[in-house]
Design a protein around this ligand. Sequence first.
Ligand SMILES: [Zn+2]
Ligand SMILES: [Zn+2]
Length: 99
Amino acid sequence: MLFKKNKEYENKQKVCPDCKNNWREGDLYCRYCGAKMTDPSYIEFEMQCIYGPPPMKRTHTCKECGYSWTTNNMIDREEYCPKCGGSAPYDVSEEELGW
Ligand SMILES: [Zn+2]
Ligand SMILES: [Zn+2]
């Protein structure tokens, strides 16, 4: 028998309906595939345990609208501006965070 939690979205994660990558609050476009984010999908939240290189702090600056944002993913796959949907290349500056 399955136990269901009361809060339906407690273990849900908003993702892009097209590429199923993380959808961040406030993003107008998917950072990974450039799709317009009007109707996100929900998936069960999974704790991700990834071993790899230390996280890098990157500052992206969109050359089309000037919006800039930072990421600290280990592997940077963000290729689209979350505000205007413009595609790379961005100005990216990297900074090692270490452990
Ligand atoms: Zn996407
Ligand atoms: Zn932009």
